[in-house]
Design a protein around this ligand. Structure first.
Ligand code: AMO
Length: 436
């Protein structure tokens, strides 16, 4: 068995610092191969990126040259070679091959050129196609999105909590609940960790979660997953305006962070890079949004919710993210506080991405008074006994509070202009896909 460390004294990132003529070893995968008569180019992928390795009959022994020629792509290898700085090489440096060990030989790569044209086939082979440079870059950026959010919340004194996945009652309406057998009873998969955050703010004042939420949304759109990652935050002694400020600050922080730390990956996905927006973002009321929609020929009544089509039309009118606030109570879940000055609307908002992308966050101020919440639950035709513990926290010192949720994949689809939300996640879950 190979002693791994002995076979990794360099990597695709470190190699640029190595001197001309130095002999180094790396571990990785053959991501592509070009065979010429007297030169073989292997592109090796490792944790850090790509490195060009060149085999020639002069510099490699016959055995090694032939091995380089015949090695199937995606084989895992250990290679040793001589560093050569060459401006024509992808990173300005390449390895001239001396030794090659096949650690795990790959079968013939099953994703053919014709499969590349079929998104469904590509996603059937997602366990393999994630190895491509575009998926690799998107997934790295995704890890940056999570890191950026954590950094923002930690800098602002929020406490990270973890909420349960099995739950007993709907946060965002029964229509999108996944129901499952839970021993002799039933449980649901969580749609949002918001209620658990609300319990936790009475300990920590400001909390956040980053974990999956589940929605049994049958809608097959480019912006819906059945399992998505949810960045949620909740703050005590805060109102609706306070939480909108947190949302715009967070979005701006994430954009700046990604631009600073992931510019290479971003360029792989989107040549022009991502746009940076600084707060404050414009705020328009639901009523103003409706007027804009009417002026664009969209027919809808006051009190109806904006669907994907309406959001697209609306967000085409903006070239920066913007809030729509003051949604009618009929369009929002029961927990939203009604505006005391205008009870038919709620103290809530959605942050819309511009250029047709639509909603990326949703948030607002919650009802903190026991009786007010109880009555709203009844007025929504819901059963208060389903919300017993959620109501009970209102009996023991619940201050005014507000919070929001941001979908990681929605955010990524917008900033990277991805054709479909599934491209933003490792193994997407949609109504028609729970495999692989
Ligand atoms: P909402 O249901 O609007 O609100 O969800 C908040 C954010 O989560 C993302 N999102 C989704 N992403 C991908 N696929 C889906 N099916 C999906 N559904 C939602 C969106 C959306 O803006 N608890 C409330 C928020 C709050 O008031 O705190 C909630 O979950 O980016």
């Amino acid at each position: 068995m190979i002693k791994w460390l002995e076979y990794r004294n360099s990597n695709s990132k470190d190699i640029v610092k190595r001197s001309e003529g130095e002999s180094v070893r790396i571990l990785g995968w053959v991501s592509s191969k070009r065979v010429h008569k007297d030169k073989i180019f292997l592109s090796i992928r490792d944790r850090y990126g790509y490195l060009q390795i060149v085999a020639t009959p002069e510099e490699s022994s016959d055995n090694i040259f032939n091995l380089a020629k015949t090695i199937p792509v995606e084989s895992a290898i250990a290679a040793e070679g001589i560093v050569k700085h060459d401006p024509r090489a992808p990173n300005g440096v390449e390895l001239r091959l001396k030794d090659l060990i096949v650690i795990s030989k790959a079968d013939i790569w099953p994703v053919t050129k014709s499969a590349l044209k079929s998104p469904e086939l590509m996603y059937d082979k997602r366990h393999l196609t994630i190895r491509g440079p575009r998926s690799r870059a998107i997934l790295l950026i995704r890890s940056g999105v999570i890191k950026a959010a954590m950094e923002y919340f930690e800098k602002n004194d929020y406490v990270l909590i973890n909420a349960p996945t099995f739950i007993t009652s709907a946060v965002e309406g029964g229509a999108t609940l996944f129901k499952l057998k839970y021993f002799d009873d039933y449980a649901y998969l969580t749609q949002s960790s918001q209620f658990y955050e609300e319990a936790a703010i009475c300990v920590f004042e400001k909390v956040y979660v980053i974990q999956p939420s589940f929605r049994a949304e049958k809608s097959r759109t480019r912006r819906h997953l059945t399992e998505f990652w949810h960045i949620e935050a909740e703050a005590a002694f805060a109102d609706h305006d306070d939480i909108m400020k947190v949302e715009e600050e967070l979005v701006s922080y994430m954009l700046n962070y990604l631009n600073e730390h992931y510019s290479g990956e971003i360029k792989t996905v989107k040549k022009s890079g991502i746009k940076i927006y600084e707060p404050p973002f414009p705020r328009i009321s639901y009523d103003e949004a409706l007027e804009i929609l009417h002026s664009k020929g969209v027919e809808m009544e006051w009190g109806e919710d904006f669907g994907a089509d309406e959001e697209r039309v609306l967000s085409m009118q903006f070239d920066t993210p913007f809030f729509v606030y003051g949604y009618p109570a009929s369009t929002r879940s029961f927990y939203h506080m009604n505006d005391p000055d205008r009870p038919e609307v709620t103290l809530s908002s959605d942050l819309m991405a511009p250029d047709g992308y639509g909603e990326i966050t949703s948030g607002g101020q919650r009802i903190h008074d026991y009786n007010e919440l109880y009555n709203k639950i009844i007025s929504f035709g819901l059963d208060p006994s389903q919300y017993e513990w959620y109501l009970e926290i209102r009996k023991y010192g619940m201050p005014p509070h507000a919070g929001f949720g941001l979908g990681v994949e929605r955010f990524m689809r917008w900033i990277l202009e991805l054709p479909h939300i599934r491209d933003a996640t490792l193994f997407p879950r949609t109504p028609s896909r729970v495999y692989p």
